[in-house]
Design a binder for this molecule. Structure first.
Ligand code: NI
Length: 135
């Protein structure tokens, strides 16, 4: 029997979507407003889910306080109020799309979660646009 437990978190960050090897016109055609050279921000909502067996001793799949602290240390401290392109090393050579941000968050958290448990990242870039990554 497996149970999925989830924790919601939030951060805001600035980004610009572009490829330096493309012309401004091509970047504009593909990324539109997100290619603004002066950057723009999003309020990201994050749902981190861990799926696994309930520990018979504690009754927990994972201690939510531990998950909360992990998200704070690995995600919020690294990304909140940051310019993703300029300040976050993972995006030096990686376009900070919602898809890539979700993968980066997954890779930051995965080593800290019990390998017997599944990890899933849902990242909302806007209230209507969200991406899901689970490895
Ligand atoms: Ni954007």
């Amino acid at each position: 029997m497996k149970v999925k437990v989830s924790r919601k978190a939030h951060f805001n960050a600035a980004h610009r979507l572009y490829r330096p090897d493309w012309s401004f016109e091509k970047n504009d055609a593909v990324f539109g407003k997100c290619n603004n050279p002066r950057f723009h921000g999003h309020n990201y909502d994050l749902i981190v889910s861990v799926t696994g067996k309930i520990d018979p001793e504690t009754g927990y799949v994972m201690d939510m306080k531990q998950l909360k602290d992990l998200i704070k240390a690995e995600v919020e401290d690294a990304l909140d109020h940051k310019n993703l392109n300029v300040e976050v090393p993972e995006f030096k050579a990686l376009n900070p799309t919602a898809e890539n941000i979700a993968v980066v968050i997954f890779n930051k958290l995965r080593p800290h979660i019990d390998p017997s448990k599944e990890l899933e990242i849902v990242l909302y870039e806007t209230p209507r646009n969200f991406v899901t990554y689970s490895g």
